[in-house]
Write a protein that binds this ligand. Structure first.
Ligand code: ADP
Ligand code: GLC
Length: 490
């Protein structure tokens, strides 16, 4: 089965969030399960800089706004990747500094509609081998709004192929205006509620939902949540009417990159079942604190460290964290390590907390893969109070690193973390701490409960072991995707 997998980012070439991790791991898992997979991405400036070498495999003429674009199709030649990577190279649209979606100053590129519509046109053309590469797809799997138009363009083709669309985050709908719809020269009949029109504008995410054969999202709980007004961002009615073609398939994690027994970013390796896991983690905690500038007394201090890694945006429950930290500083001996970047008001409020309690709140604003690994290994608890979380990867990394996560009961967090009590720990199911209410008190209570359990050493060891035993690799999910692809084969 020939699968063309497309997304707007892929680790480690270009990444802003978990989509990039999925775009790296899932195609590899599909290939390992026997599929003939190719990944196609835009040839961003940042990405091209990281590629060893490449060869040109074809050219396409792509409709644009004020002009047609000549797209060079490139195949990456890099021994580091086992799945072939194709790039759509349109320098006018993708050769710019900054992240995929915004300028270095943080503003969305004003031509994002054209950038991703053109990219999606190119992907659809590659799927039917309009570039003459000698390879045509049976299945096209697109992800999030940036590639939402791919199934729409494919619906215009005579050749029937399977169109799968995955929603990673409904909060980003790819919403554009009627004017932009016209500029993109999309077929007039697509301006309709049955197609992609959405509250006086249009949505590329809606196009993905409507024109694909099947829609998946990244956890079973999120698949249910998005059919409700609370989580649906206005798409709930549409999704309810498409429930027959909506499935939640939980993401996996890359168990090679995230492996505490061999992780090059951590000084002391350890693995599940080993006697001295807690002691190894303590040494990693010291290294983590050292990396964040703590003095040697602070490094040796036995007080627990609570870690957070993520985009500093409302989704991640940063406001809950900002309310909880001052209370926990007063009422417990907990310390905090926060790694992230995002909204400047959140960054500033976290910086103020770190300034007030420099020996208890450690903050690193920015993006650092290496530090992320060290946080997972060195923290005693991992905090994920997300208001919503389609899947979430960090809680799964935490489990694998024996760092029980404290999570809000939502989306993929609810599907991967089970609340620990003495009983569930002994039964082998308790692996973290789950709170229900989206309220700082609920987060504080869950943390206080976790800290109390941590003082019962034997029970805590068992909890850490339960967490590390969880199998969250990609193999099971890749099998589910392959089953789904097969269901729709003509
Ligand atoms: P989302 O995609 O909503 O941001 P996920 O939990 O699915 O959330 O994935 C986030 C990914 O990005 C994880 O791999 C996480 O480790 C990584 N990440 C987020 N922020 C940072 C950061 N500041 N430094 C390093 N890694 C980060
Ligand atoms: C999105 C979601 C996150 C999910 C990731 C990968 O960014 O916010 O929950 O893990 O996509 O699917």
């Amino acid at each position: 089965m020939k699968v063309l997998f497309t997304a707007s980012e892929m680790y480690p070439l270009i990444k802003t969030g978990g989509l990039a991790d999925v775009a790296y791991s899932l195609p590899r898992a599909l290939a390992q399960a026997g599929a003939d997979v190719k990944i196609v991405l835009p040839a961003y400036h940042e990405l091209l800089k990281k590629v060893e070498s490449f060869r040109i495999i074809g050219w396409l003429q792509i409709e644009g706004v004020s002009q047609a674009h000549k797209a060079r199709i490139i195949e990456v030649q890099d021994s580091g990747y086992d799945v072939p990577i194709w790039l759509v190279d349109i320098p006018q649209l993708f050769c710019r500094p900054g992240n995929p979606y915004s300028s270095p100053e943080g503003y969305d590129w004003p031509d994002n509609a054209e950038r991703y519509a053109s990219f999606s046109r190119a992907v659809a053309a590659l799927a039917i081998d309009a570039a003459g590469t000698g390879w045509a797809a049976d299945v096209v799997h697109s992800n999030d709004w940036q590639t939402g138009l791919v199934p729409a363009f494919l619906s215009q083709e005579k050749r029937a192929l399977t169109k799968i669309f995955t929603i990673h985050n409904l909060a980003y709908g790819g919403h554009y205006s009627h004017e932009e719809f016209n500029q993109l020269k999309l077929p007039w009949e697509w301006w309709s509620h049955e197609a992609m029109e959405f509250y006086n504008g249009f949505s590329m995410l809606k196009a993905g939902i409507v024109f694909s054969d099947h829609v998946t999202t990244v956890s079973p709980t999120y698949a249910r949540e998005i059919c409700t007004p609370e989580y649906g961002y206005g798409f709930e009615g549409l999704l309810r009417s498409r429930q027959h073609k909506l499935t939640g398939i939980l993401n996996g994690i890359d168990t090679d990159d995230w492996d505490p027994s061999s992780d090059p970013h951590i000084p002391v390796h350890y693995s599940a079942g080993q006697k001295d896991v807690v002691a190894s983690k303590r040494k990693n905690r010291q290294a983590l604190l050292k990396a964040l500038g703590a003095n040697s007394r602070q490094q040796r201090n036995a007080a627990p460290v609570l870690g957070f890694i993520g985009r500093l945006v409302e989704q991640k429950g940063i406001d809950l964290l900002l309310h909880a930290i001052p209370r926990l500083l007063k009422e417990t001996n907990a310390r905090f390590v926060v790694l992230g970047s995002g909204q400047s008001d959140y960054e500033q409020r976290l910086a103020a907390l770190a300034e007030q309690s420099p020996d208890r709140v450690y903050l690193h604003i920015g993006y650092s893969e290496a530090l992320a690994h060290l946080v997972e290994a060195g923290a005693d608890l991992f905090l994920m109070p997300s208001r919503f979380e389609p899947c979430g990867l960090n809680q799964m990394y935490s489990l694998r690193y024996g760092t029980p996560p404290v999570v809000h009961q939502t989306g993929g967090l609810a599907d991967t973390v089970s609340h620990a009590t003495e009983q569930t720990i002994l039964e082998g199911s308790g692996n973290g701490f789950v709170f229900e209410d989206q309220h700082p008190d609920a987060l504080v209570n869950a943390i206080v409960e976790a800290l109390a359990l941590r003082s019962r050493q034997k029970l805590w060891k068992q909890l850490v072991n339960n967490a590390m035993q969880e199998e969250n690799d990609w193999s099971g999910s890749a099998r589910q995707y392959l089953e789904l692809y097969k269901q729709y084969q003509p």
